[in-house]
Ligand binder design. Structure first.
Ligand code: DGY
Length: 324
């Protein structure tokens, strides 16, 4: 059996897979591959170990007739055409739960950093601009006892809400398709309409999946309904906000600031104007990037791919329908 991994796997993971008699082909270059390169590398693969956001479109799936399983080292699966995978009875695995706390920490970090303009002040020192104390210049905003609005209250959104409630006594509102009873019982969270979320939140934190319904739902119209002192945090997917509209909302003072772990597009260019805005904090999609979490994600992704190759149910499967 053969698999293709889109990044180099750590030695112990490689050994664990190879000890099952599986041959692993790995992409070793430090650049994203083209589709043709991907198809050449993955030609004989029965399993794909996807690290990063390489797009597995329907034509990619159709070009790999031996494929049995796609194992993503991520909770998000918007880079895979799930419908096409399901049609071809290919199991898609992902890594939920193990990264919830680490990813919520990143959202919390961005909220706090943005509220105090921390990234901007760091850059000021670097540029030699820390010369004179002006008590009224470049001050932040207080986030104690404010209202957090969570867009997409799953496990990561729950952890973010829990942090904000315990650290800052925030009220929690959320917008979701389904009711999150645990968040309502434990955090007193209230489910609201999208418009209520926009108009009532002091901080909006995005943790939803990117789907046709959530694509660029944070656009000019949405920003215009938010409070002028609001902070927009996105640790979900960059495609959920429209970047041009976000810049305009920040320029015009329609909203106060933004903290982004994900950008639209990714990667963000070094000359992006958002990087020069005092009230904006940007990170390069490092939501779950702590050693312990990444190890747990690798382990789960390995369990998924091994199960798929053996024809067993994946421990964490996106498209359960294939087992019906
Ligand atoms: C995830 O797990 O979905 C992270 O955003 C990494 O892509």
């Amino acid at each position: 059996m053969k698999i293709f991994a889109t990044r180099q796997l750590p030695e112990q993971i490689l050994k664990a897979i190879e000890s099952e008699g599986i041959t692993v082909n790995q992409w070793a270059e430090k650049r994203e591959m083209t589709k043709d390169e991907f198809l050449a590398e993955a030609a004989e693969a029965e399993g794909l170990f996807i690290m990063g956001g390489f797009k597995i479109t329907a034509d990619v799936i159709e070009a790999l007739p031996g494929l049995k399983v796609i194992s993503l080292m991520s909770v998000g699966y918007d880079n895979v055409d799930i419908k096409a995978a399901t049609t071809h009875k290919i199991a898609v695995g992902h890594t939920p739960d193990v990264l919830s706390k680490a990813t919520a920490d990143t959202a919390f970090l961005l909220m706090l950093a943005t509220s105090r303009k921390a990234f901007f002040h760091h850059k000021r020192i670097h540029k030699g601009e820390w010369k004179f104390f002006d008590p009224l210049a470049n001050v932040g905003i207080d986030i104690h006892n404010k209202t957090l609005g969570v867009f997409g209250l799953g496990n990561i959104g729950f952890e973010m809400a829990r942090l904000c409630k315990s650290a800052y006594g925030m009220d929690i509102i959320y917008h979701n398709r389904s009711t999150n009873k645990k968040a309502e019982d434990e955090l007193g969270a209230r489910k609201v309409t999208f418009d209520e979320l926009l108009s009532q939140s002091d901080i909006i934190s995005v943790h939803a999946n990117l789907t046709p319904e959530t694509k660029e739902v944070f656009n000019a119209s949405a920003f215009s309904k938010m409070k002028p002192n609001a902070i927009f945090v996105n640790a979900g997917r960059g495609g959920i906000h429209n970047e041009t509209d976000l810049k305009e909302a920040l320029d015009n003072g329609t909203i106060w600031g933004a903290g982004l772990d994900v950008t639209n597009p990714e990667p963000m260019g070094a000359d992006n104007r958002l990087l020069d805005m005092p009230n904006v904090s940007v990170l390069p999609h490092i939501g779950s990037a702590v050693k312990e979490t990444r190890e747990a994600m690798l382990e789960l992704a390995t369990e998924n791919i091994l199960a798929g190759l053996k024809g067993e149910k994946l421990p964490k499967c996106v498209n359960h329908e294939i087992y019906n």
